[in-house]
Ligand binder design. Structure first.
Ligand SMILES: Cc1cc2nc3c(=O)[nH]c(=O)nc-3n(C[C@H](O)[C@H](O)[C@H](O)COP(=O)(O)OP(=O)(O)OC[C@H]3O[C@@H](n4cnc5c(N)ncnc54)[C@H](O)[C@@H]3O)c2cc1C
Length: 497
């Protein structure tokens, strides 16, 4: 019987996985493989939080495949060499995978496809992770989109996405496959193959991540169900901006690792709407699906601008006069959530503790870093890359260039979030601040947003001494705003003259 290799990457699921379905077609033996090759990401190897997630997601995938009698082969090394060795060892005549859109992976996968075909192995790639692949959406003049609204309108004009495919029936592994080192539970050196990848941190900082998340396909399904069952759609439009409540789906890491795909999310939302004629649910569903659309837009922009993670899309920003931070004190205070600005600190502490941060707060902490501290957006992008469980090259670059004002459909640079007003508006009772900066929970809610403005007597009565229990602000919000606007004027001038 012929065999086909299914090369898992960031599509760690069995349902709606076209590569797996294609490999299993006609009852062929399937050899599922995961290859750990961080160097192939060319400078964007996953960070610590992503690696933690990946470990557990691979564990879940291993168990799901094992339940169907298939061992997941886990290997580390050069992807092409590993695939060629597997072809050689198993006699497989086809390799299937689902496409990734990070520039380094596009280059790598094209080379691998060619090399496999040159040696007579059928190599096929499929779409598991997007509703609309980047090259399928074009303006009337055949170019890419630079703004979200027309992009999403064009996507919607393409009609409903295809129905997700059920998990294929998988034939049990052949005897030859079971004999592969790494497929039998231990690698050549006698190690558990997953442990040998050393994805988990040496020092266990991940306890709060374990409490918060269930990586894997089943966890993703549960997360979506919870969101929909808790009337997530009906409340989405109003709650999505409130960081203190669970008003968004929290699907981002599951979507990033492909434990669930956007077609499945789309279908689940449509099914839910079919039994719910409530106008709020419909509005919420539109807003929610538009966020899935932002994810699509991020991939579209990255595909058409491969240097987007490093270079400002608007070239004027290449000369932006960033602030000197010679000893890194400003950046460190921001990373640790010790800026003295409560909403910023709450967000940064939520990120460090859970690997995730609410979208509104991501915008606020980003604006604070880039505009009030005037540190380069790439510094924030790098920290997010290491600490987010949903760190995604496309969405992270889009988010940071949006915040900086240099990207596609970005916030104008002169619109500078005031973190105190944002906090008063979106966390009016200061609940989010109290959760993540417990020192400030002692203060009456109205003084949690800007404790330095609270009367001395209020601080004293509640046992809070600024500089001792909680930092003084590291910058003056008004003066730093003016400085940012002045800096922006400098890069505006040449373009206008
Ligand atoms: C500076 C900055 C950096 C960001 N970095 C990332 C990142 O690395 N990875 C990431 O997935 N998102 C990133 N985002 C986007 C957004 O903050 C998260 O996707 C969202 O907070 C995830 O929460 P959720 O799953 O509850 O979202 P929901 O509101 O439930 O949205 C559903 C899904 O839509 C997608 N989505 C939502 N908002 C956006 C957006 N603005 N851009 C792209 N996709 C979106 C996500 O896949 C999300 O899971 C970033 C935003 C900013 C401002």
């Amino acid at each position: 019987m012929s065999a086909a290799i299914c090369w898992f990457r960031r599509d760690l699921r069995l349902t709606d996985n076209p590569a797996l379905a294609a490999a299993a077609r006609d009852g062929r033996a399937v050899i599922p493989v995961y290859i750990h090759a961080p160097a192939e990401a060319e400078g964007w190897a996953p960070g610590g939080a992503s690696n933690w997630w990946l470990h557990h997601s691979l564990e879940a995938l291993t168990a799901a495949l094992a339940a169907r009698g298939l061992p997941l082969v886990i290997r580390a090394g050069d992807s092409l060499l590993v695939l060629q060795a597997l072809v050689e060892a198993t006699g497989a005549d086809a390799v299937h995978w689902n496409r990734l859109y990070d520039p380094a992976f596009i280059r790598r996968d094209m080379a691998i496809k060619q090399a496999l075909r040159d040696q007579g192995v059928a190599a096929h790639s499929h779409n598991a992770s997007l509703l609309n692949e980047p090259w399928t959406v074009q303006t009337g003049t055949g170019s890419d989109y630079k703004a979200f609204t027309p992009f999403w309108r064009a996507c919607r004009r393409q009609g409903e996405p295809p129905e997700p495919e059920p998990a294929p029936t998988l034939p049990a592994a052949s005897a030859g496959i079971r004999a592969l080192p790494g497929a039998s539970g231990l690698d050549e050196a006698g190690h558990e193959p997953l442990q040998a990848l050393q994805l988990l941190p040496g020092v266990d900082w991940a306890a709060s991540l374990r409490d918060r998340w269930i990586p894997g396909e089943a966890g993703a399904g549960e997360q979506l169900e919870t969101f929909l069952n808790n009337d997530g759609l009906a409340h989405y439009a109003t709650r999505r901006d409130q960081p203190a409540v669970a008003g968004t789906s929290r699907l981002s890491p599951h979507l990033h690792f492909g434990e669930i795909g956007p077609r499945q999310v789309w279908q689940a939302v449509q099914h839910r709407l079919a039994g719910d004629s409530d106008a709020d649910s419909r509005e919420g569903a539109d807003r929610f699906l538009a966020e899935i659309g932002w994810r699509e837009f991020a991939h579209h922009v990255l595909y058409h601008h491969p240097d987007f993670p490093e270079q400002p899309l608007n070239p004027r920003f290449a000369d932006f006069p960033w602030q000197e931070d010679p000893d890194g004190a400003l950046l460190t205070a921001w990373q640790r959530g010790e800026t003295g600005i409560p909403l910023v600190d709450a967000g940064m502490r939520e990120l460090y503790a859970t690997g995730w941060m609410h979208n509104r707060v991501r915008m606020v902490v980003g604006s604070f870093l880039v505009k009030n501290l005037r540190l380069p957006w790439q510094a924030g992008e790098a920290w997010f890359w290491d600490t987010l469980v949903d760190a995604d090259l496309a969405s992270n670059s889009l988010g940071w260039q949006w915040v900086a004002g240099s990207g596609a459909d970005a916030a104008p640079y002169f619109r500078i979030f005031n973190p105190v007003r944002q906090s008063e508006r979106f966390d009016p009772r200061g609940d989010y601040i109290a959760r993540w900066v417990p020192t400030l929970a002692a203060l009456p809610p109205k003084h949690r947003h800007a404790p330095w403005e609270a009367p001395e007597s209020v601080l004293a009565d509640h046992g809070v001494t600024l500089g001792q229990h909680y930092p003084h602000p590291i910058v003056d919000l008004k003066a730093s705003r003016q400085a940012a606007l002045a800096a922006f004027e400098q890069i505006k001038k040449p373009a206008e003259s």
